[in-house]
Design a protein around this ligand. Structure first.
Ligand SMILES: Nc1ncnc2c1ncn2[C@@H]1O[C@H](COP(=O)(O)OP(=O)(O)OP(=O)(O)O)[C@@H](O)[C@H]1O
Ligand SMILES: [Mg+2]
Length: 455
């Protein structure tokens, strides 16, 4: 539900707005004073803020700036009399400036327009990176027979609500496949919500999945909705589903089976309509035998099963993928690199790719950065020597993957230190905002302060 804050000094306009917008299904909150507005903006994410030019104690511009700097996705409409502050407001990033007196109907139309605008922006921003080629329905590069099999599965299951279990080694593209199913499904306008089930300890994971009521535990000073609720009408992607505790597995099973659950610390049953896609890189059948995974949950998840093979088993996908990444990084990093030398291609094809497509992606990123001429040569590829490649030990493979983890740790650290303002974090790391934004997306880093829908 869209969250709106009304900080409007004109009482009758304010009451009218609250009534009509609540009726249209928006969640509306009112700030009586400027201070109240600033505090609310600090604590919650709003999709839209309506700021009167003169609200008790602060002016509309202050509210506007606060809202824009706290969450770039928030739209702000400023109202005022005889155009005072209009230019300033538009300069400071207001979506619109409305001059009073203004009829309620006219105001409502402006709000509708703002909401429509926001919906489009969210859709566009979630589409730009992965779907580099808009003619590609799946957003997946590769034409090997196993990829074509996967496309067939996507086509077959997208339209239904069937739960899909995607298996495969790390970095093979499981999440991409899940996204492709969502994008091609009737749910594509609603959210695709990810949850990595291995990333959090038990109690935190449950609170992430199901949300919690105010006061559910120490520190829960506000009600929070969980991923099941966020994914309502859309798709919930449960990543690394093999790593949940028995207790959480039981709750997840019920939520999937009955499409209902309670928030932590709450008694009200919440109904949702969520499609589940799960992924795992461990062998669930073995986990069942070891008593670590519930068999009934497995059958629930495993209605449709698909396996994304490791890259070394679909060598014909390596060059198309490498070329796709080359184009993307050349654009992203503003480098003129046109292609690969013949020897470089051979190296790419012979390497075993223990980290699969993700490792290839990182290798090409580094190569584009290192490359001095107009094509990538073997020296630009930081692969292990050919002799080592075939019999590569798992420890070495892990080292390569750790480069990724290091980068993510650095990003998180910088973001934390700069209070989750991406621009500031970019400065700390000495990269451009563009690169920062791109990296944040790449690692799937999200934060409450950023636009909710974008994650
Ligand atoms: N077929 C593909 N076409 C284009 N990009 C791909 C493809 N497969 C994977 N990628 C890219 O490779 C990276 C790893 O993919 P993804 O995150 O989907 O893998 P995963 O199987 O979920 O990995 P993990 O098990 O580590 O979570 C991502 O950046 C993704 O965009
Ligand atoms: Mg994944």
């Amino acid at each position: 539900m869209k969250n709106i804050l009304v900080a409007e000094d004109d009482r009758s306009l304010r009451d009218g707005l609250v009534q009509s917008m609540s009726r249209s299904g928006y969640k509306v909150q009112v700030a009586q004073t400027g201070k109240d507005a600033l505090e609310k903006i600090e604590k919650q994410v709003f999709d839209l803020v309506i700021a009167g030019h003169r609200v008790g104690g602060a002016d509309g511009l202050e509210i506007l700036r606060k809202a824009r700097s706290t969450n770039a996705g928030t739209l702000v409409i400023v109202t005022g009399e005889n155009g005072s502050g209009a230019v300033e407001a538009m300069k400071s990033g207001a979506f619109d400036y409305l001059q009073k007196p203004l009829s309620l109907e006219a105001f409502e139309m402006k709000i509708q327009r703002a909401m429509e605008h926001q919906r489009l922006v969210v859709r566009l921003s979630s589409m730009t990176e992965p779907l580099a080629d808009p003619s590609d329905r799946y957003g997946l590069v590769g034409n090997s027979s196993s990829m074509r099999e996967i496309f067939k599965v996507i086509d077959k299951v997208a339209a239904s609500n069937a739960t899909v279990l995607i298996q495969g080694e790390t970095g093979t593209g499981k999440e991409r496949v899940a996204e492709a199913i969502h994008r091609n499904s009737p749910r594509h306008d609603a959210a695709f919500v990810r949850m990595n089930c291995a990333s959090l300890p038990d109690n935190l994971l449950e609170s992430e999945l199901f949300g919690h009521e105010k006061g559910a535990f120490t520190g829960a000073d506000q009600m929070r909705i969980g991923r099941f609720e966020m994914a309502n009408d859309g798709t919930l992607f449960l990543d690394e589903v093999g790593n949940m505790s028995a207790n959480t597995q039981a709750k997840v099973l019920r939520a999937i089976q009955n499409q209902e659950f309670e928030r932590l610390g709450g008694s009200r049953t919440i109904k949702v309509d969520v499609r589940i896609i799960a992924a795992t890189n461990i062998n669930l059948e073995a986990a069942i035998k070891d008593g670590k995974f519930r068999e009934d949950l497995y059958y629930r998840l495993n209605v449709v099963n698909t396996m994304v093979p490791p890259l070394r088993e679909r060598v014909e996908d390596i060059v198309p993928l490498a070329e796709y990444f080359l184009k993307r990084f050349a654009r992203e990093l503003r480098r003129r690199v046109a292609g690969f030398s013949a020897e470089a291609v051979r190296r790419l094809q012979e390497y075993r790719w223990p980290g699969n497509v993700r490792e290839l992606e990182n290798t090409i990123e580094r190569a584009v950065l290192m490359c001095e001429g107009d094509s990538i040569r073997p020296v630009d590829l930081t692969l292990l020597d050919r002799e080592h490649t075939l019999g590569m030990t798992p420890a070495l493979a892990v080292d390569l993957l750790n480069l990724e983890a290091l980068e993510k740790t650095a990003l998180l650290e910088a973001l934390k230190r700069s209070n989750w303002i991406q621009k500031e974090a970019a400065k700390l790391l000495g990269v451009s905002s563009r690169v920062m934004n791109y990296k944040v997306h790449k690692h799937g880093i999200t934060h409450d302060r950023w636009s909710k829908n974008r994650n």
